[in-house]
Design a binder for this molecule. Structure first.
Ligand code: ATP
Length: 528
């Protein structure tokens, strides 16, 4: 801030930690992307300049600033800049269709959209849709003023300093959920939740200035920015960002090894890809201290293979959700084998309980809805008091996930409420069946869903992606389930697929599978 007035004092840790780090580690690399990097001092200066530029553009405290961009070097400084101007970031999934983007811009009533080159034509085409959308919901017409400005020009000017001081309870961002089960919901993260999430991860995952992470998933997603990334920047580590694009397992292994990365988040679908590499064990992974996974159930067979392949690396499984925090519970490497299938215990500041259908909390080993309380839990959905009141009751977030805890307090997710199968009055949890089928060497991936049945209500259907060239017969499935699953849980419909439908964040879309396979099957039919 030399020569540009006094350094701002923010109560929001995200900003003030960064400024503090820039004082301590001015020349250290903070962010790296595609061979380019920014030091801590550069990140701080650009954040201040871009923040002032946004304010000069008319962003006032509380205004929403949408970001429609693939991973790039500027993404994180932009997040800081928006906060500096007192704005609320709305990170959008660039893979959404035009109409979906228009809907989210309309719902968040974003004042400014920051867009990368690849999406600029999408946004340019949206203005008529936004106007129509505003009219349809009875909102005043979108302002007619339309300013286009290059990001570098925004940062280049010498706009006046900003005196905004975001408070802990002020919204920092509105992040839309993955849309795995429903239309995406706008979840508010406050400056406080960002801070607590970082504190929790730094404490639970032992993050220090010596750490570096490699961000493989998209930054618009909570996992991209709040798992490892911000916590690590608060501690003075280095964040490596992979440009958005297809996951290339070999290139990822090479990058991790050549850059001595210490921490990485890999979704289950990425783990599957890594495990298919014939030369997986040839890479030098001695620097890699932690692999984190989660976002959807990690099959037990995958955990087993990963922990065997990387014996010197902690394999942490996390359970997190946009509404509750990036990692609400976690299972450390030390417990990975002892508590196989669990996603661990609540992080330092969170509490997890299981609620029965009538809302009362139940004890160990009883399956019910997972409820979460703690400082990383959202205050609610943006502009949606009804959904907020349904989801948050007496400070407890009702997650819509089903799970149980064991005697030691370890959480086991058994599935989503919406995915539970009810057949002949019996509750069936898909994960239990997926874990059994997933041990078959010819099965690369499996998703278990309920399909309509005239007699039983629903029947169990296993959608299987076989290993390339593998032959899966009904007898194999029957033999595998024998003695391991009660007969009412055994799949009676087997459906083979070449690929699973997935959300942009890589999760299997069971609703899409259910829609595809909704035709009632006859009592005895087993289709393969
Ligand atoms: P939508 O709410 O729009 O359907 P979504 O629930 O996928 O989308 P996210 O917030 O991205 O939105 O994902 C959180 C959900 O992911 C959790 O509620 C849970 O169902 C699932 N999940 C996360 N981690 C795990 C895990 N370790 N094991 C099982 N499920 C998990």
């Amino acid at each position: 801030h030399e020569g540009r007035g006094p350094a701002p004092r923010w109560s929001a840790l995200n900003l003030c930690r960064l400024v503090e780090r820039a004082g301590l580690d001015a020349d250290k690399r903070a962010v790296v992307c595609d061979g380019e990097s920014r030091t801590y001092a550069e990140l701080r200066d650009r954040m201040v300049r871009a923040g002032r530029g946004l304010a000069a553009l008319g962003v006032t405290p509380g205004d929403r600033v949408a970001v429609l961009a693939r991973n790039c070097l500027e993404y994180l400084e932009l997040e800081l800049a928006i906060a500096h101007a007192g704005g609320i970031m709305v990170p959008l999934n660039y893979r959404l269709a035009e109409a979906e983007i228009a809907t989210l811009l309309g719902r968040s009533r974003s004042r400014v959209v920051v867009v990368d080159a690849a999406s600029s034509s999408v946004v340019a085409g949206l203005r008529p849709q936004l106007a129509a959308l505003s009219a349809a919901v009875g909102l005043p017409e979108a302002p007619s003023e339309h300013v286009d400005i290059e990001y570098d020009d925004l940062c280049a000017g010498d706009a006046p300093p900003i005196s905004v001081e975001p408070r802990m309870e002020d919204p920092h961002e509105i992040t839309y959920t993955s849309g795995t089960t429903d239309t995406p919901k706008g979840v508010v993260w406050t400056h406080g939740s960002v801070m607590w999430n970082s504190i929790q991860q730094c404490m639970d995952y032992d993050i220090s200035s010596r750490d570096s992470n490699y961000v493989l998933n998209d930054l618009y997603y909570v996992g991209g920015r709040h798992d490892f990334t911000w916590p690590l920047l608060h501690q003075g580590g280095t964040v490596h960002i992979r440009r958005s694009g297809n996951f290339d397992a070999r290139a990822v292994m090479r990058y991790l090894s050549e850059n001595a990365i210490t921490k990485v988040l890999l979704f289950p679908v990425m783990l599957f890809e890594l495990l298919r590499l014939p030369d997986l064990l040839d890479y030098d992974m001695t620097s890699l201290t932690t692999i984190m996974s989660g976002g959807e159930p990690v099959p037990v067979a995958t955990i087993d293979r990963i922990t065997t392949a990387f014996p010197g690396t902690d394999f942490i499984q996390v359970y997190g959700l946009t509404e509750g925090g990036a990692s609400v519970t976690f299972l450390s490497g030390a417990d990975a084998r002892r508590k196989m299938g669990s996603c661990g215990k609540a992080g330092v500041h969170n509490e997890v309980r299981i609620a029965s259908d009538d809302g009362t909390f139940v004890g160990p080993d009883v399956v019910g809805e997972v409820c979460v309380k703690g400082p990383t839990v959202t205050p609610g959905y943006w502009n949606d008091p009804e959904r907020t009141a349904e989801a948050i009751v007496d400070g407890w977030l009702h997650t819509g996930d089903l799970g149980r805890t064991d005697e030691d307090g370890f959480l086991y997710i058994v599935g989503r409420k919406k995915d539970m199968i009810i057949s002949g009055g019996m509750n069936i949890y898909p994960k239990e069946i997926e874990d059994v089928l997933g041990t078959h060497p010819a099965i690369a991936e499996v998703a278990v869903i309920g399909v309509p049945d005239p007699k039983w209500g629903e029947r169990v259907c296993a959608v299987i992606r076989p290993e390339p060239g593998a032959d899966i017969r009904d007898e194999d499935i029957t033999a595998l389930c024998a003695g391991r699953l009660a007969s009412f849980k055994k799949p009676t419909v087997i459906h083979l697929v070449e690929a699973m439908p997935r959300t942009a964040s890589g999760k299997v879309q069971k609703q899409v599978l259910r829609d595809r396979l909704a035709t009632p099957a006859s009592d005895t039919e087993v289709s393969a």
